[in-house]
Design a protein around this ligand. Sequence first.
Ligand SMILES: *[C@@H]1O[C@H](CO)[C@@H](O)[C@H](O)[C@H]1NC(C)=O
Ligand SMILES: *[C@@H]1O[C@H](CO)[C@@H](O)[C@H](O)[C@H]1NC(C)=O
Length: 493
Amino acid sequence: MYSSSILFLYHVAIKAVHGFSSIEEATVHDIQRAFKQNQLTSRKLVEFYLKQISRLNPVLKGVLEVNPDALYQADKADHERKLKAPGSLSPLHGIPILLKDNIATKDKLNTTAGSYALLGSVVPRDAGVVTKLRKAGAIILGKATLSEWCHFRTFESPNGWSARGGQGKSPYTMGDPCGSSSGPAISVAANMAAVSLGTETDASILCPSSYNLVVGIKPTVGLTSRAGVIPVSPRQDSVGPICRTVADAVYVLDAIVGIDHYDNATIEISRHIPKGGYAQFLKADGLRAKRVGIVRDPFYNFGMILLPLKLKQGTILVDNLEIANIDEIYSPTSGEGTVLATEFKISINAYLDELVTSPVRSLADLIDFNKKNSKLFVKAEATNGIGNAEKAALANLAELTREGFVELMTKNKLDAIVTPGVSVSTILAIGGFPGVIVPAGYDSKGKPFGLCFGGLKGSEPKLIEIAYGFEQATKIRKPPKFIFKGSIASLQS
Ligand SMILES: *[C@@H]1O[C@H](CO)[C@@H](O)[C@H](O)[C@H]1NC(C)=O
Ligand SMILES: *[C@@H]1O[C@H](CO)[C@@H](O)[C@H](O)[C@H]1NC(C)=O
């Protein structure tokens, strides 16, 4: 029964928009062209996504709240386009975007990191990235689910689960969607939104993008403002797009980068933003003459050695590289855990303190609220600021980065390293480095995965050229047919 109603919806959607074949799978570029040719309105677009959400979300659980004002914002965008208002030419104008539920909006939507503890809290203002999205004319479609508290309350809860959002599922496997930005990835994969925003501390954009066969960009830390984002660590947190295509992700990136005086890290990093933005790096031959490194141990220890050969296209693959201190980077003694616990306590307390009203005001309140199952909260609460142990851990992380990844990249003059899946995320996390993940295929069990391209700070232009070149040469992503074939009924339970 479920499947037939979904098929029905699909036909309605096509009929509703004359001349424009389907909103499903439409890119930002397709949508803007359809706007221009009067074949589509933002209202139709929002209506389509709201229908998709009402049909698919009871099973997939990618969306936590829809914005009661989304249709109003759509009408406003349609009106501005009619008047040819100056802002209406921006690529994101009139495009519905879904935000991970740790990104604050000062509107009717709640911002809770998936937890009932923050339900009813009132934020002081829009997050920095939301201010920029509104300025670009984007429509805030709603909030997306996540691994509760970005998986920083306890490691025992499953990926993609939160008390408020339930258990999110990858539409490709109906299983683990990875996290913590699970909802954004699930939702764009299943066409419940045009584009979305996630956040990453270590793997939280890259991993769900991989599991849901979509594109994720984790920007250099500070390229995008973290102000108004429920934090884990200002040293590692980054806000970035999760979309169906590299181009869509780049349009979103262009809209959200830049200085925000509520996040001073954006000031220094803004010097990396290229004049004219990032869309100029969407070049079909972007792989040509790029030096891309392969570190086999430990990243190719599971039988996907041949995959990077698909890069071809004039790419210079530099194979059999080693990262000097790789074992230590991935060991519990690297210092990452020690510092994150301390940074989390400081930054979550600051976030809670700044709320206009809130049922909880401190990490201690959160531990009381949850009572059990708060191992990581409890560990963080036991910390006492950046002391000698934390300074030593920070120094160690800096040294591991300098002698490891930075040395590898500079000595070999690499533009990027490439890994299957997201095992490289910790290297990028501790150094504040960017990564872009692009759909690459399915493993032997039918589980999707992406290829991740990582680089040094500010290397987004190169990473975008490579990722776009790879995507255009391979075109691997297909919508999750699985859902539309009727298998959903039996898997629903
Ligand atoms: C936000 O939470 C309140 C309290 O549960 C709820 O009444 C309201 O509908 C929520 N807002 C949205 C947009 O879902
Ligand atoms: C950013 O830096 C300015 C100047 O140093 C300072 O006044 C301001 O308080 C800082 N803002 C934040 C949010 O830290």
